[in-house]
Ligand binder design. Structure first.
Ligand code: DON
Length: 583
């Protein structure tokens, strides 16, 4: 019989004793006894959520306890942070199917102890048969149902290529990294309340958008503690284990993907799969008050927006204004407004479109953009447009650190929760709905309300613009902060706020992650705030002329901070089942 017990357990953050008492530990157990995953000591039938850990030998923080623990088991075995990040992503593809994936894409930002930086791009690509107007009807109206749901919404998946490209920097054999995921898929695991809700919420879509009923559909509603077994997915993972990248992009798995496309009128072909390549790009690196910030370049918009926003705030003494006062929120809002206006006009895959990267990220441009900033008055998105330049809820993040000093930040996604909701028949994995991150028509908002233009129009083989912003901050040329989050267009502003919380407001890591967040993205011209955002500050902002809109949670930020003496603190966001593991 399944038993679920909630207990309070003091966490390891001695600097926040009050909060630590409130750390909620979810203990899941079953009378099925210990069912350990091979060589890991992890019991998928009995596990607890841990939000905060302090340790010295390495840490993994991700959206699910079993995935963080899978990563940790690899560190304990002598794997490095890259190995652990690969194992964690593969486990997430099983235990967190809403966002963890092999049918989606992602970005890895790394800083190795040798000083080498990594920016691995495994973003999905538009299929060869895609074209600019593929989501427009006969009258030229955009049909975003097609870019968001089902077969036609899927870009060519990049994750598996990304994992093998990353593995070049790992130490352990790939078969060791994938085994926890295979076990979790084959033997099953107990699902959390959050997963049960997610699966129930999407049930109708799963039924409608699949040609062969997936493991996610059953007769009775899912409940916390139910067992999820994914045999088809286990077999796909075994093909990847045995045949490497070709185990996904060629052979049986490719055949199953193309057959699924044929049954559902999708357009991904054998050639699209065979030709997919992850790309190692030049990392974005910029200084901030003596720190060095490393983040992902295009097609991540974060690689433009984060440097822009940090440069616009750098000389404005936000610390003196105080955390979440009307003054500091206004300043950050106006900064965000300006960056997101540029995003809509200028940003897209730089392999296909000439993006004025140098200008957009220059100190002079940041200064010039803030010239019309008025601390006494709300700006408007009609008055503030993109700059004049002379040159022509579901994603997931994981942060990993190992005792050798290697740091890894990965954000990976299917785009929406459970992606396109289409599972590849007999292969058991969900396909992304990343095509919606293109601008399907100039000015038509995507599912995150973002608008775009030519720079982000659909072309065959092009990567769609992303907000994912995995980020590492170096202090004295050593990893200091490893951070990132899901949240669609709110990703970059959440990373921005988290860095400001840590670097300017000197917050504890728990506070920097968990305090309420806000977001402005130029259009719509509103400040989005989380429900617990202070009412008095909202009222002050409203008086200044800002429109405030409350929304659900913003992001699920996973942060590791490493002190100069080697002490590691890892924190999983309280907004989900996020779990910090370490030793
Ligand atoms: O790449 C992007 O920007 C989006 N596909 C991310 C989607 C996302 O974060 C959804 N999560 N809540």
């Amino acid at each position: 019989m399944y038993k679920c017990l909630y207990i309070f357990k003091p966490d390891h953050n001695m600097r926040a004793p009050f909060l630590s008492l409130l750390t909620l530990v979810l203990l899941l157990s079953a009378c099925t006894g210990n069912r350990k995953l091979s060589n890991t000591g992890i019991n998928a039938y009995q596990y607890a959520v841990q939000k905060n850990i302090q340790c010295r030998n390495g840490a993994v923080v991700s959206a699910h306890p079993l995935a963080s623990e899978a990563g940790l088991s690899i560190l304990r075995k002598g794997g490095n942070a890259i190995d652990a990040a690969i194992a964690t992503q593969l486990a997430l593809a099983v235990v967190y199917p809403g966002a963890g994936n092999i049918g989606g894409g992602g970005f890895l930002v790394g800083y190795l102890a040798s000083g080498k930086t990594l920016a691995i791009d495994y973003r999905e690509k538009a299929p060869g048969a895609a074209h600019r107007d593929m989501y427009l009807d006969a009258n030229g109206n955009a049909n975003t149902n097609l870019s968001q749901d089902g077969h036609l919404a899927a870009g060519v998946p990049g994750t598996v290529a990304g994992l093998f490209t990353s593995a070049k920097y790992g130490k352990l054999p790939f078969k060791d990294l994938i085994q926890p995921a295979i076990d979790l898929a084959e033997k099953g695991f107990l699902i959390t309340a959050g997963e049960a809700n997610g699966l129930n919420h999407s049930r109708e879509s799963f039924v409608k958008l699949n040609t062969i009923s997936p493991a996610f559909v059953k007769d009775q509603p899912w409940k916390e503690g139910d067992t999820l077994i994914q045999t088809d997915l286990a077999n796909t993972l075994k093909r990847i284990r045995d045949n490497g990248q070709k185990g996904f992009y060629e052979g049986e798995t490719a055949k199953l993907i193309v057959e699924e496309m044929q049954r559902g009128k999708g357009i991904i072909s054998y050639d699209d799969l065979k030709d997919y390549e992850a790309k190692e790009r030049e990392i974005v690196s910029f200084p901030y008050k003596g720190y060095t910030i490393l983040t992902m370049p295009l097609p991540s918009s974060g690689g433009i927006l984060l440097p822009q926003m940090m440069k616009m705030i750098e000389d404005r003494n936000v610390k003196a204004m105080g955390f979440q006062t009307a003054a500091s929120v206004q300043l950050m809002t106006e900064i965000e407004r300006r960056s997101y206006a540029d995003r809509a006009k200028f940003l897209g895959d730089a392999d296909f479109y000439k993006v004025p990267i140098q200008t957009l990220t220059s100190d002079a441009y940041a200064k010039q953009r803030m010239q019309d900033y008025d601390p006494n008055k709300a700006g408007t998105s009609t008055a503030i447009q993109a700059g004049q330049i002379p040159e022509s809820e579901e994603t997931t993040h994981l942060s990993v650190y190992d005792k050798e000093g290697n740091a890894v930040a990965v954000t990976t996604t299917l785009n929406g929760s459970y992606g396109s909701k289409t599972v590849v028949g007999r292969a058991g994995f969900l396909l992304n709905n990343e095509m919606d991150d293109f601008s399907v028509k100039p000015g038509v908002p995507n599912m995150y309300g973002a608008v775009g233009a030519d720079a982000n129009a659909i072309l065959p083989g092009k990567r769609m613009l992303s907000s994912m912003t995995p980020t590492i901050v170096l202090k004295d040329q050593k990893p200091y902060i490893i951070a990132g989050t899901p949240g669609g267009t709110t990703i970059t502003t959440s990373v921005f706020q988290t860095l400001i919380n840590l670097l300017e407001f000197d917050m504890s890591v728990s506070d920097a992650v968990n305090r309420p967040k806000f977001h402005h993205q130029w259009l719509p011209d509103e400040i989005f705030v989380e429900r617990n955002f202070p009412v008095a500050v909202r009222e002050e902002l409203q008086k200044m002329g800002y429109k405030i809109r409350e929304r659900g949670q913003i992001g699920r930020t996973e942060v590791i901070r490493i002190q100069a003496d080697g002490a590691i603190e890892a924190v999983g966001d309280h907004r989900g089942d996020d779990h910090a593991a370490g030793f």
